[in-house]
Design a protein around this ligand. Structure first.
Ligand SMILES: Nc1nc2c(ncn2[C@@H]2O[C@H](COP(=O)(O)OP(=O)(O)OP(=O)(O)O)[C@@H](O)[C@H]2O)c(=O)[nH]1
Ligand SMILES: [Mg+2]
Length: 220
């Protein structure tokens, strides 16, 4: 009996979360704003990718990034140096961002002041999969150093994503290979967009921005 009660409390939490997420999605659509949720493993390169994206887009767009971590403001501080406005959510022990945490941050700002909103979710390939934050697209980042089975072992988070990013392709070689990861991500959904990046060298960053559906004005 106790077990059943726990399940129903959890189900209720998902229902409440999904309703807030849907409200966020509708607000963004109505206001013609873009909102993306970047998930991925610990250390896969989420923050460095967002630093690159923020630097590339900031001359043309107002970018607002919400970083989720258990502790510290390291990631928000890093991305702020690339021209985006950032805020860090510390979850304490929490392993994911939720729609209500995001809504609380949106309540503190004027949505109309920004064009593009991006969350960096807490690093792991499990919990964020279950918690819709109201983004129009979910992006999952893994890196080639995480082993050839990382996507096969975590299919759920990829099923809920539109874009899979295989990062750290600059160290591709005998020990690390992107081929299996690209194949595995492509097999999960026929319409999955799979992009190999190196946040270090900036390889693939413009492809990722294009996959998000963001126009990059031509350089003069
Ligand atoms: N060689 C190489 N290193 C990278 C690349 N991307 C990130 N790194 C390095 O990997 C480490 C982790 O990068 P982060 O961007 O902090 O990773 P993260 O996914 O944000 O990590 P958490 O927020 O802690 O989950 C840093 O030392 C980065 O410099 C890449 O494309 N190539
Ligand atoms: Mg990070």
């Amino acid at each position: 009996m106790v077990e059943n009660k726990q399940i129903s409390v959890k189900k209720k939490a998902y229902v409440v979360n999904d309703a807030i997420a849907e409200k966020i999605r509708n607000t963004m659509k109505t206001k013609n704003k873009r909102f993306f949720n970047v998930m991925g493993s610990i250390g896969a390169g989420k923050t460095l990718i967002l630093e690159r994206i923020a630097k590339r887009l900031s001359p043309y767009y107002k970018v607002f990034v919400i970083n989720g971590d258990v502790a510290t403001t390291i990631d928000a501080d890093r991305i702020a140096k690339s021209g985006a406005t950032t805020v860090q959510i510390n979850t304490g022990g929490g392993c994911h961002l939720s729609a209500s945490l995001i809504q609380k941050e949106f309540d503190k700002i004027n949505i109309d002041d920004y064009d593009i909103f991006i969350t960096e979710n807490v690093g792991n390939l499990i919990c964020p999969a279950a918690w819709d934050v109201g983004a129009e697209k979910n992006i999952v980042v893994v890196s080639i150093t995480e082993g050839e089975y990382v996507i096969k072992k975590h299919p759920i988070i990829f099923k809920g994503a539109q874009i899979a990013v295989i990062n750290k392709c600059d160290i591709e070689g005998e020990d690390f290979d992107s081929k299996t990861l690209v194949e595995d991500a492509s097999k999960i959904k026929s319409d999955m967009k799979v992009i190999c990046t190196s946040a270090k060298t900036k390889q693939g960053i413009d492809d990722l921005i294009t996959a998000l559906g963001i126009d990059i004005p031509k350089r003069e």
